[in-house]
Design a protein around this ligand. Structure first.
Ligand SMILES: [Cu+2]
Length: 597
């Protein structure tokens, strides 16, 4: 969260990529040359044991035909795979050779707060030329990752995988074990991306409906008619803005550091079982993952073993991890296909019994259609008023921006009266529901359906994983809860303001948890985007709509107009970060400090 100096790289956006990467010049920076290659058959370097030396530095890369400088660990993108053992105490000495401050956060690892790596909360950050030694005991197992928690360094390559071997052996042993790390790379400096979003929130969107067209209809037909539901849908359903706000217009999607053309490849012998450890290390991109023709058995979510569930496809939110087991058969290759949720591009790799074999890459699915439940939640199912709109006025005399905003707000559906307070909701919320300039709209009747795979995956003919499928193999840490904290996920898309309860981090007081208490956190998504919410230091124990324990997660995706609850055991003292893991949402204000005292 410390500002970095923009590097001032400013380049044309490219959708099509050559997928080559260079590492040769890394030697000049005193780092090991990158292991990236055009062949795409290399595996990430693996470091194991109890003591690690990591160096944050820069690496010249070329994913698009243009040379750029990435921010990396030990000269590699992604950084080296850290293979820890459950129960070990590990020491990680991290040196920073960047010209700016940096940090590494161990995502999903339960540890003391001064080891968590968040500048301003856990420690002061690692200054340029400085170092910091992390030391903690590993009391968990499974698939995790690490990344910078400093400004936008995560976007420029500072991330890597963590695999923790269980003490008691694998619950589901396999012949092979691959990390599949997904990332979104941009040739554009992230400071520029952020500035573009602040200036024009749909900057990276394709196929926008026009404001002018809608205003024309309002003048001609009157507001109420223009808002008639059917016509609203015709206008809005192709609007992808609400799915992703940074897209394939600037992103090249990577699998284990390989662009699609470079084709990351994992070998197998027919009949073998493979564990694929999917990690979404993206800054902003949700991926829908499948291996056409192969069933995937999901055995872990966010590092935690779950009851196995067989699926054709799963959506992985930013910062989530899923372990799947596959058994590719035949003397043929299989494509690992990870399309961006908004279908603006994909990451791709190959499982093959022999070098050089590839399989067909499927076409991108159609752009998702937002449904009524994405906008109005449960109201869409029961014909109730769906949204309360902040500060609505007539359409005349509006500026372009105001009209743009109004259009989006009204597109929510039937308008409730402004600032309406939902009775059932109010009984559980300690403070009044958020209003004001940070809050463009509010869902009156959020939906609680965890069995919804989300926009773009509904009724697609494939068996798609949902949160309702996640069932932990062990008991919850919190068997019951003492109190409930309700937080609204709020935003004003047109101004690119993102917040909890309508308050940006800069304006908000910390959330206070009492040391030793068990509480329920209920998140209500008042926006039309899915937000992956990450609590540091403590598990988020996901509950079903009727309050039963489902699974332990470190990152919980809350879909548009959805309400999700989880239990938290406040069993570790200190100051912790709590935030949306969409990088630009976090920086825009969807971030809170949690104090356990
Ligand atoms: Cu994090």
């Amino acid at each position: 969260m410390y500002p970095t100096k923009p590097r001032g790289i400013l380049l044309p956006r490219r959708r099509f990529v050559q997928g080559l990467a260079l590492g040769g010049a890394a030697a000049m920076l005193g780092l090991r040359p990158g292991r990236l290659s055009a062949q795409g058959s290399s595996m990430p370097a693996v470091l194991s044991g109890s003591s690690y030396d990591l160096t944050i530095g820069e690496l010249p890369v070329d994913f698009t035909g243009h040379r750029r400088v990435a921010t990396v660990v030990n000269g590699q993108l992604p950084g080296p795979l850290l293979r820890w053992r459950e129960g070990d105490t590990i020491t990680l000495r991290v040196r920073n050779r960047l010209p700016v401050s940096s940090s590494i956060h161990w995502h999903g690892i339960i540890l003391p707060s001064d080891m968590d790596g968040v500048p301003g909360l856990s420690f002061a950050g690692i200054p340029s030329g400085g170092e910091y030694t992390y030391r903690f005991t590993v009391n968990q197992k499974g698939t995790y990752w690490y990344h910078s928690h400093t400004r936008f360094q995560e976007q420029t390559g500072l991330y890597g995988p963590i695999v923790i071997e269980p003490r008691g052996g694998m619950r589901h042993p396999t012949e092979r074990d691959y990390v599949v790390m997904l990332n979104d790379w941009s040739d554009t400096d992230p400071e520029r991306i952020y500035a573009n979003l602040k200036k024009q929130s749909d900057y990276y969107n394709l196929g926008q409906p026009t404001v002018g067209g809608f205003l024309h209809d309002v003048r001609r037909d009157g507001l109420s008619q223009a808002l008639a539901e059917r016509r609203m849908w015709e206008r809005m359903r192709m609007n992808t803005r609400d799915l992703s706000d940074v897209t394939g217009m600037t992103y090249t999607y990577l699998m284990n550091g390989h662009a699609p053309a470079a084709n990351w490849t994992g070998l197998f012998k027919p009949g073998e079982k493979l564990r694929l450890r999917f990690i979404n290390g993206s800054a902003m991109t949700f991926f829908d993952v499948r291996i056409p023709g192969l069933k995937m058995t999901v055995v872990a979510a966010d590092g935690q073993d779950i009851e196995p569930v067989s699926v054709d496809e799963f959506r992985i939110g930013v910062a989530e991890t899923y372990d799947v087991i596959v058994k590719p058969h035949g003397d043929r290759a299989w494509t690992i296909f990870a399309q961006a949720m908004d279908r603006s591009g994909y990451a791709r790799g190959t499982l093959t019994p022999g070098a050089g074999m590839t399989a067909e890459v499927p076409p991108l699915d159609p752009r998702p259609v937002l449904s009524m439940v994405d906008m109005m939640g449960a109201a869409a199912m029961h014909g109730m008023p769906g949204m309360a709109i902040g500060g609505m006025k007539g359409m005349s005399g509006m500026t372009h921006d105001m009209a743009h905003e109004a259009m989006d707000q009204m597109a929510m559906g039937h308008m409730g009266s402004p600032h309406t307070i939902d009775a059932a909701d109010a009984s559980r919320v300690a403070s009044p529901p958020p209003t004001g300039p940070e809050v463009a709209m509010r869902v009156l009747h959020p939906r609680r359906n965890l069995d919804d795979p989300g926009a773009g995956l509904r009724h697609n003919g494939r068996r798609v994983l949902t949160y309702a499928d996640l069932h932990a193999v062990d008991a919850p840490i919190s068997p019951s809860v003492g109190r409930e904290v309700v937080l609204h996920l709020t935003g004003n898309m047109q101004r690119y303001l993102w917040s909890f309860n309508g308050q940006r981090f800069s304006d908000a007081k910390p959330l206070r948890f009492r040391y030793g208490e068990h509480l329920r956190v209920t998140l209500i998504n008042d926006t039309m985007m899915a937000h992956p919410i990450h609590l540091h230091g403590m598990w988020s124990e996901l509950e079903s709509p009727d309050g039963a324990f489902q699974a332990r997660k470190h990152t919980v995706v809350v879909q548009p107009a959805q309400q999700v609850s989880y239990r938290v055991s406040a069993d570790v003292l200190g100051r912790w970060a709590y935030h949306c893991h969409l990088l630009y949402h976090m920086e825009a204000g969807m971030f809170r400090e949690v104090v356990v005292a």
